[in-house]
Design a protein around this ligand. Structure first.
Ligand code: SF4
Length: 450
């Protein structure tokens, strides 16, 4: 059996390998299913071209990964696949939470809800009959979006899944728009050592998708992947994309020790963000020793009441402590802020801007709240997905949760970026990191907002 796995070419600021389909591919291969990966985003090709490549493979089925931002491109791709009478399966975060509309709009045969490795394989082994396969739905199984959905059973032992199918993904081809704005060396390898997050922030989709079921790969397995990326694919820098790499301190320390012992000798960073309450001096010192030059922190707001409102379960003191430790060990620290969270006012946005300026952060992003399918906020607000509204993700207010109007929020966002970055000390600190391609990307990103 042969399956083509596709990522469509939806507009995206970052160009990061599609780890989701990379894992599916590796897992299917392990169970003797042949796969081909087509990454339309990396190759900058349209759906017609992707279709041509897919048809050449004469696949038994096509799987398409779908983030909310890529919804329209995925629907169009699914139509092209179905017009050629090929079985079509859509997976990823978006269809996991909006399966009915995805099936209706796309005419796909199935959506897979939750982590897809196990259920994708079951569906193939069951000859595309989804009876009794948890998390796999066809349009005949669903009445509307309110129907209760079961997620696929996740794999509890992550070491059972081989590392992403790097041979087909070709990680050295992902250059120019790195996650996290800065890098030291290319090509960059993106590594996920765990799945899920133990916290429950109301604006985040991770708790809904992983059900707060945090699972870790063994650190030996992670080291093997890093060595493979370095030695077989010429990767020169690692970016960890876990929800919180230091959640389990003992494991994190062991991982960093093994990186030192194995002479990984590559610069690395934590792009997605660490939780400040898990950052202490012992960890930061060990990270530095193991080659870390950058980590980011999800700050969200400098206002304690807003942190309470979104169930952040962190204090401003913990956040400041983590930033100061990064500074002490000469690690570049980035902070993620979000405007328009519940309880936001002009004053609280100003509080965040002033905090960012006074802090020892070197990087800061000030996003506007996006109400994500699967987040608690989405459920609480009974929010409706609008496929005509996708281009404004993170840059335009979608939902006003307080007394602010859209203009207040976008103005504050512009002000925040200008106030933070237009300072000689920040420009000077960043100069050594910003090079060639990313410099264009970096300023495009800032200017798009400012
Ligand atoms: S925002 Fe970060 S800490 Fe909060 S639930 Fe999401 S991944 Fe976890």
């Amino acid at each position: 059996m042969k399956i083509v796995l596709i990522r469509t070419n939806a507009p995206a600021l970052q160009l990061v390998p599609p780890l989701g389909i990379g894992y599916i591919s590796a897992y299917l291969n392990k169970h003797s299913v042949e796969t081909v990966i087509i990454d339309g985003l990396r190759d900058n090709i349209d759906n017609e071209t992707i279709l041509g490549l897919a048809l050449k493979e004469k696949p038994d089925a096509v799987g398409i990964t779908c983030l909310t931002a890529a919804y329209n491109e995925v629907i169009d791709m699914a139509h092209l696949i179905k017009n050629n009478n090929i079985k079509c399966i859509i997976g990823g975060v978006h269809p996991s939470f909006i399966p009915f509309q995805t099936l209706k709009d796309s005419k796909a045969d199935f959506v897979i809800c939750g982590e897809g490795e196990k259920s994708f394989l079951q569906l193939l082994r069951n000859n595309f009959i989804n009876d009794g396969i948890k998390g796999v739905y066809s349009i005949d199984n669903l009445k509307d979006e309110r129907q209760k959905i079961d997620f696929s059973d996740p794999l509890e032992d992550l070491d059972e899944i081989p590392v992403p199918d790097w041979k087909k993904i070709m990680p050295y081809k992902y250059e120019g728009r790195p996650a996290g704005l800065i890098y030291k060396k290319t090509p960059i390898g993106y590594v996920m050592t765990s799945r899920g997050c133990a916290s429950n922030c109301t604006f985040c989709a991770s708790p809904g998708f992983y059900k707060r079921n945090v699972r870790f790969r063994s650190v030996e397995n992670v080291i093997d992947e890093i060595l493979e990326l370095r030695d077989n694919y010429g990767i020169k820098e690692i970016k960890f994309i876990d929800d919180n790499l230091v959640l389990d301190k003992k494991r994190a320390m062991k991982l960093f020790d093994l990186m030192i012992e194995n002479k990984i000798n590559m610069p690395w960073g934590c792009t997605s963000g660490l939780r400040a309450n898990n950052v202490d001096e012992e960890i930061v010192a060990k990270m530095k020793e193991a080659g870390c030059y950058n980590f980011n922190i999800g700050i969200e707001s400098a206002n304690p009441q807003i942190l309470l409102n979104v169930n952040k379960q962190e204090t401003i003191e913990q956040i400041t402590n983590a930033i100061n430790l990064a500074d002490k060990y000469k690690i570049v620290c980035g902070g993620f802020f979000v405007f328009d969270l519940p309880g936001e006012t002009k004053e609280t946005m100003l509080e965040s801007i002033n905090y960012a300026k006074k802090s020892k952060l070197t990087l800061a992003t000030f996003n506007i709240l996006d109400i994500l399918p699967g987040s608690k906020l989405w459920e609480d607000l009974d929010y409706k997905f609008d496929r005509n509204d996708l281009q404004y993700s993170y840059s335009q207010p979608r939902c006003l949760l307080g007394n602010l109007n859209k203009d207040d929020i976008t103005k504050a966002q512009k002000k925040a970026f200008m106030a933070f970055y237009l300072r000689p000390k920040i420009i000077f600190k960043l100069l050594k990191f910003i090079k060639k391609e990313p410099v264009k990307y970096f300023f495009k990103r800032i200017l798009k907002i400012v």
